[in-house]
Design a protein. Structure first.
Length: 556
């Protein structure tokens, strides 16, 4: 933990308010420093990083009911912990109840794994805290985190002690802060890698995670570094991404994308048009996040993402501000990376590493794991590899460094745990967010529903082998990227057979990432109840199978 007493006043970019400007959107750099909403107020009242000391020194002993509400529902997020939803509260009550009434006395804890890289020792530590303190829960998320549930405030310091002893942390895994930095799951091992981004990710984490300079952002900041030609970090929907590219004069480095994001007003990231060498990535990362901190809109939470600033300014002006006000030098113009063709970019299956070993990628059903399984995965990684494990940005897992003559035995061992190495397209590419089981914003159940849908589609359509993404969200927030799925399912309430409101989904069709990146079309009136979902998706897929032309993809 870095010193939280340092000022959060920006060191660059401060500007006096300009005469004649509109009242302002709470942009610090334009002089609008007075908090404009409750979130800005509690961040100003006390640096959120200071809440760690209160958890350790006070709350673990005084218990849930003693927690200051601004810590409980505000600053705790900077420590990667959220209150989880009280069981038994329906989706219909989500909007009408006071949010405080949705709080359970237990927490979700998000453990960050920057770059998705875990050692066997780290995996075992997570497994141990899961089984000891979190009722054996452990989901892998589409941002390469692992989420525990049922955590008590009394146990938080003990969990930190255990995971920090092996180099893990929940610091700034949530909150208006720099979230986990995504990385290619095959960084450093793939034969086709353009550049290994791991040193840059490590340096960003070392310098800036827990740095008070970046602990009061307008809202969350999602970033990624991948030197894989597979573009395997969903760069289109991050606030900032560095994507591997070869410059004709300067060699391997990174192309920079800014301003992507989903949820309401989804936007695809845009290229800054610059080439950045590996060693400069942390400085450019800091410059971009500084622009967000100083110029980002703080008045309205739903406009407080970097994408709105990039959309309003345009990338040319954004680049100019990065260069002139923060880096104080020009960046090198760079070429666009080649977008890979359609298909899978998730690294599942068995693949050769550049050192002659193999990596084996497998699919837990909709990212659902648990501590017991994590422990078994750690054992397998030790027995068949060197203990190294990677998480993907699609809720999947890889075991690295497997000798060729051990691949078959490892594959069999994983399959016996229902961790499939050659899964159906449905299991391979269906993701689900946390949903009503734990999330206070959820309107519908997701993990169990999506898992049941996968099993049912596997039973009904065993012949279906085309790549197809089905992403299910419990509310409009799009944590599981429903807006860029072939079939995107957004949780809503719909009229049931007797007129009562029941759980269902607004359907979006034809979204994708990659070569045809774009948002799915929300078909007017196309809502389906949760009970009818299997039949609906089967009908859509059978129609596609019957009507497609040779080679036609689902998204086409
Ligand atoms: Fe919760 Fe909505 Fe995000 Fe799902 S999409 S985890 S329901 S906020």
């Amino acid at each position: 933990m870095k010193n939280a007493d340092r000022t959060t006043t920006p060191t660059a970019g401060s500007r006096a308010p300009k005469q004649g400007r509109a009242k302002g959107q709470g942009q610090w750099a334009l002089g609008h420093r007075e908090p404009l909403n409750a979130n800005e107020q509690f961040k100003k009242d006390d640096n959120p990083l200071n809440v760690r000391a209160r958890i350790i020194d006070r709350y673990q002993y005084t218990g849930f009911d003693s927690i200051d509400p601004n810590d409980l529902r505000g600053r705790f997020r900077w420590m990667g912990i959220y209150t989880q939803r009280k069981p038994g509260i329906s989706g219909g009550q989500t909007a009408v109840l006071d949010p405080n009434e949705l709080d359970d006395k237990y927490f979700m804890m998000r453990i960050r794994s920057d770059g998705g890289q875990l050692s066997g020792e780290q995996l075992r530590a997570i497994a141990e805290v899961s089984t000891t303190y979190a009722r054996d829960t452990a989901d892998v998320t589409d941002r390469q985190n692992i989420q525990l549930h049922w955590v008590r405030i009394e146990d938080v310091p003990a969990i930190w002690e255990r995971i920090e002893a092996v180099g893990l942390s929940s610091l700034e895994a949530c909150g208006d802060s720099p979230r986990v930095v995504l990385g290619s799951p095959v960084a450093g091992i793939a034969a086709d890698e353009i550049v290994d981004g791991t040193p840059a990710i490590r340096e960003i984490v070392r310098r800036y995670i827990g740095d008070p300079e970046f602990a009061n952002l307008p809202r969350k900041f999602k970033s990624a570094v991948s030197g894989s030609p597979a573009m395997d970090v969903a760069h289109e929907v991050n606030d900032l991404s560095f994507i591997g590219v070869v410059h004709p004069e300067h060699g391997p480095g990174f192309d920079v994308w800014v301003g992507g994001g989903l949820s309401t007003n989804p936007m695809l990231a845009q290229r800054l048009g610059v080439w950045v060498p590996l060693e400069d990535v942390p400085d450019v990362w800091a410059a971009v996040i500084s622009v967000f901190r100083d110029y980002g809109y703080r008045r309205l939470r739903n406009r407080a993402r970097l994408k709105f600033l990039v959309a309003d300014w345009g990338v040319e002006r954004f680049r100019e501000v990065v260069e002139t006000e923060y880096l104080h030098r020009k960046l090198i113009d760079g070429p666009a990376p080649e977008t890979p063709g359609p298909g899978f970019r998730d690294h599942l299956g068995v693949h050769a590493q550049k050192d002659g070993n193999f990596y084996v990628g497998f699919a837990p059903l909709v990212g659902r794991l648990n501590g017991t399984l994590l422990s078994k995965i750690a054992d397998l990684a030790d027995e068949y590899g060197t203990g190294r494990v990677r998480l993907t940005a699609e809720q999947k897992v890889l075991i690295l460094d497997v000798a060729e003559d051990k691949v078959s035995a490892l594959t069999g061992a994983l399959e016996s745990l229902d961790l499939q190495v050659r899964p159906s397209p449905f299991r391979r590419q269906t993701m689900a967010c946390t949903g009503i089981e734990y999330c206070k914003l959820a309107i519908v159940e997701t993990k169990g529903r999506a898992g049941a849908l996968v099993r049912e589609l596997e039973r009904r359509l065993p012949e279906f082998r085309t790549p197809l993404t089905i992403n299910m969200n419990g509310c409009p927030n799009s944590c599981a990227r429903s807006q860029v799925a072939d079939i995107g399912l957004k949780g809503v309430l719909v009229p049931g057979p007797d007129g009562e409101m029941v759980e269902g989904f607004q359907v979006h069709l034809g979204g994708s990432l990659g070569i045809d990146a774009g948002f799915g079309r929300k078909l007017r009136g196309l809502k389906v109840s949760s009970a009818e979902l299997d039949d609906y998706v089967e009908r859509v897929l059978r129609r596609y199978l019957a009507q497609r032309t040779e080679g036609e993809r689902f998204a086409a």
